[in-house]
Design a binder for this molecule. Sequence first.
Ligand SMILES: [Ca+2]
Ligand SMILES: [Ca+2]
Length: 282
Amino acid sequence: MKKRLFLGLLLAFGLFLGSCANISSPPPDFPTPPQTVTTPPSFLEAYYAPAQNLTGSALKAALHNIIKNHTIVPYGTSGSGVWGALMDLDEDPNNTNNVIYVYSRRSEPKNRTQYNYPSDMDAWNREHTFPKSRSFNNSKWPAYTDLHHMRPEDRTINSSRGDRDFKSGGEPHSESPNIKVAPGTWEPPDEIKGDIARGMFYMAVRYEGTSANEPDLEIVNRATSSGEPNIGYLNDLLAWHDLDPVDDRERLRNEKIYQRYQGNRNPFVDHPEWVRLIWTEE
Ligand SMILES: [Ca+2]
Ligand SMILES: [Ca+2]
């Protein structure tokens, strides 16, 4: 009798251990969960409280006050400053040794930087998606290193983008056919169009010319030229914002910039509906 009880207990214990093992060790080919981020709604409500129920220029001014005075990331050398931050922010979710280039969407080793490999023409460097020639070409100025618009890109593709305005249309880029190029304009692939547009909306609100070393950046619906603090084209950027809505990857990037680097957020990633409360097609 006792022996049977003992065997029964042993069997039950064995089944218990077996079920524990099933819970704690997933099958070997279990995919890595995608990186996601959830911000408590109560936090965002408090962060954006001064902007609630506003529209137009009042909303723009309230958002400016919320996101100004961010922690300035140094431009940096080697893996530090902006280099190091981009290795984190634009990391390939399927290969953590790599970054994804912003326009060409290529996945390349993080350490394949122009800094580390000066003669490698396909190495990456730091692309200012709002061109620095638009009135902030000084590495000490906040806009020059602002991670909300900084991205990794192949150095020759970066240089062919130059200071072109964003606009749909043109011929496939010889090195990366998903990019379209026309005289003076640049169209990135669909999957990143909205991210880029929201970066431009952020820059227009963050930089209002209210502090030293800060131009008043704005979005216009025309071709821009070197030295002026503007980027085109507004109507295309609004269309791109609708075409490529905010996803978890973009939310994660925004969250990392807020928590790890700058202490400020892109309001248009958190509240995409605010774009059209400030801007309308021209
Ligand atoms: Ca996107
Ligand atoms: Ca502005």
